[in-house]
Design a protein. Sequence first.
Lengths: 177, 802
Amino acid sequence: MKVSLKVNGELREADVEPRKTLLDTLREDFLLVGSHAGCEHGVCGACTVLIDGEPSRACLMFAVQADGYEITTIEGLAPAPGELSVVQDAFCETHGLQCGYCTPGMVLAAHALLEHNDAPSRDDIVEAISGNICRCTGYGQIVEAVEFAADRLRKTNLPRHARGDAAQPDTPRGGRA
Amino acid sequence: MSEAEIPLKFVSSNRRVREDRRFVAGQGHYVADVALEGMLHVAVVPSQHPAARIVSIDASAALKMPGVHYVLTGEELAKAADPLMNGLDTPHVKRYPLAVGQVRYAGEWVVAVVAESRAQAEDGAEKVRIVYEPLPYVIDSEEALDPSSTPVHPEHGSNVLLDRTFVWGEVDRHFADSPRHLSFRVTWGRNSTVPIETFGVAAKWDPWREILDVWASIQMPKYSDQIARALRIPLNNVRVHQDVDVGGSYGVKRGIKQTVIVSHLARRLGRPVRLIEDRLDNMRAGDAHGPDRIFDVEVAFDDDGIVKSMKMRALDNAGAYAGRAPFQLGKPIGAIVGPYKIQSVKYRAISVTSNKAAQEAVRGFGQAPTNYAIETAIDKVATALGLDRIEIRKRNFIRSEEFPYLIPSGTRYDSGDYHTVVAKVLAHADYEGLKRERDELRAQGLCAGIGIAACLEPSGGNSSFEPLLNDANKTTTWMESCRINVDGLGFVTVTIHTTSSGQGHETLAATVVGEVLEIDPDQIRVVRPDTLNSLPSNSPVGSRMAIMLGGAAFHAAKKLKAKIVRLAAHQFGCAENDVVYQGGTASHPGSNRKLTWAEHVNIAHRNFHLLPEGMEPGLEVTHVMQVPTANKLPENGRVQMYPCHSFEFHLVLVAFDPEIGKPKIRRYVIGHDCGTVINPHIVKGMTLGGIAHGIGASLLEEFVYDSEGQMLTQSFMDYLLPSSHEVPHVEIVHHCTPSPFTVFGQKGSGESGYLGSPAAISGAINDAAAPYGVSFAKLPIRIAAISDAIAAARPLKEKVPS
């Protein structure tokens, strides 16, 4: 079946089997391989993408179900090639990762949290990333990364609605942060 | 022998980890991202039986399915490939990538179906019809050891792969002389590191160049050697691409059977073939489970709590094939007395086959289970004498002035200051306050307990356990290499010769080379050539890379610097000793002459006539480094196992409601001494990650088999990985006792945290449950086990009325 999906602000078309997951479609048809398959049963969160800004499991959704939503993958977060978003940069600052496999999902989960709440408590952060399993870090430096990003976002001069770096409906590649 | 003469500029500073940039942007390059023109995909058909004879395989319906190209059986593969390498001398325990004639565990791969897509391969796999004749099987370790049990490999004659008893020192006399003895059994449940990325491999055969290209999610010493041996092709026909990022490993990413399957298929079909395990493939038959071990321990001690001698019997359930499992009983010999001055040890190591999945190397290579057994012994001695558990450890610790310290099994510990680390942790944590907090929690009706563990991380990954457990093996080196090239424009490129799975080796190599050459590490390119372009490496195992890759990079950079100095001295017409090297510039204070970096580069690359006699043009050096302290084969069952020994001390407060039994870690403090830290971010991450993994091993994770030989915990719904809710905030207290055997005094840290956290958490739960007279002697200690045991132990009147 033909689907047209809005991914990172761009309309993309593919011809997929109805049984094909959104994850496989993103990876195989659109070559957006930053979203990873971990468990393929909705537990680990390595496949996390944002659907209308909310973290969602791309392994539990069929591509044909994603029609009409704003899909943001990790490739949609960097403001420009070689330039990191505030959240991505914060993960580098605290080394909130090791092997990098869960990282795209983790960064998107953190990004979604900070879009709603730029002064999260430790509990808020723990809750927001609890659907994403990381086997490397024990989460400590990930929590630090989110705290660091929140601090920087709070201190930025940009108006609140433009601070996030997700693809917004009205900005093709998202605002800067 | 520390050779660093100048204050360190980059080593030990909080610099960013260079690998992180690509990962946060989703720009890692994992094996599933490798897209090859015309690539075919594999799905496997697993056995439903723990043991059965394969009567027939009918693939005709599968071959008619859309997109299906081929169906590979074990029989065909066995004709084309040799059995996989076996570490021990057990030639009749043959391991094939696909079962031949008989299946030996539920889930074992029997047939591989190849199709245009993974989905079509799975459709085809469903149509393969296999007729089995069930055979007797054995799951339990003690049963497998019984000579009357059914052998998993009948040709081998029994289930015993290894049964070796070592006696180091005067065990009998020490036991006879000691006024007190105690004995106990503890069990380490089968778990593993379970990376979020499963194992995957893609292979392509070029018949015109006779090259097998392999991309894999691999962390394995001698990987390409094993591919070449299995496929009976020259090793220089195998090209493993080491620039593939590995999505977590912690020891287990060693998919040799998967690799042989796709490599054979790529040659057979003339198209690239890949196999990416799905989670189910991975959990039940990725052959990546960890130790599964019963310890019987007996200790002899005196009234002051001084432990003089220990007898340990370790029975490990290797699963259906030998693999690396028996060796994981061997490595702990290098720290068999932990941080204690136990004078003699009798160690019986038994490895048996069973109808469970095969094991692979897991973080610590058997050391974490052994530490759990040793630390349980120390706790029990304290309890028997009514002594504080920290006091008893302090009385038994090796003292800082006693290093290098020779332990009974032949390893000389390099350095340590255990008393100071403990003192720092107790001061940081306010131990007396922590005990008061525990008692207050108890007064509120909760179960609360403090857990303590002190243990070592042997590091510098050598393979001395191989010759120790296998007389035919004469290996005494486990080298690592580094190459540095300064190009014609003066830019520096460092090559490292292995894959990485998150350990930050590019950062490590750049930091060290930058330190020695006094140039900004961020200006240094680090690359990973394929194996045909590589120098010898033994991959990141055994907490070795800070020591071995760091060491190789250091020595290579020293050689490069020496070449520059010699070149400069020749220009200045002075002795090499009179040249001062600083920040890439060489100068001669006597004549006030200087040569800048660009000038060295220009002379080396373009002015052969200006070079000293015998000097090769260009600025390129290599160094292949031998493991420090590794210089001989084992003698009389004794060997120097690893060169370096990091120390960790865990202090944990756990509490839970006795009705519910769900442990909450309220405080977690670890004292960590791994010598000189090269990158603090990396070491911190390793330690925190290791602790999280240990929380999983002690409270949540187990590959459970039922009495019918089926694995019950096949998904992440049943095999529970710690989430951010289960892992507490961890406080790290640092200490640095440099190793005398390494270039900067560094030791290993890749297994830190994991080696002691299961022992500490078990100790805390047991302390918490002690008022009910309950104790737990098997990991993991699950919520249900806690609440059931306490419910059974509580007097009826205490129980909540129904």
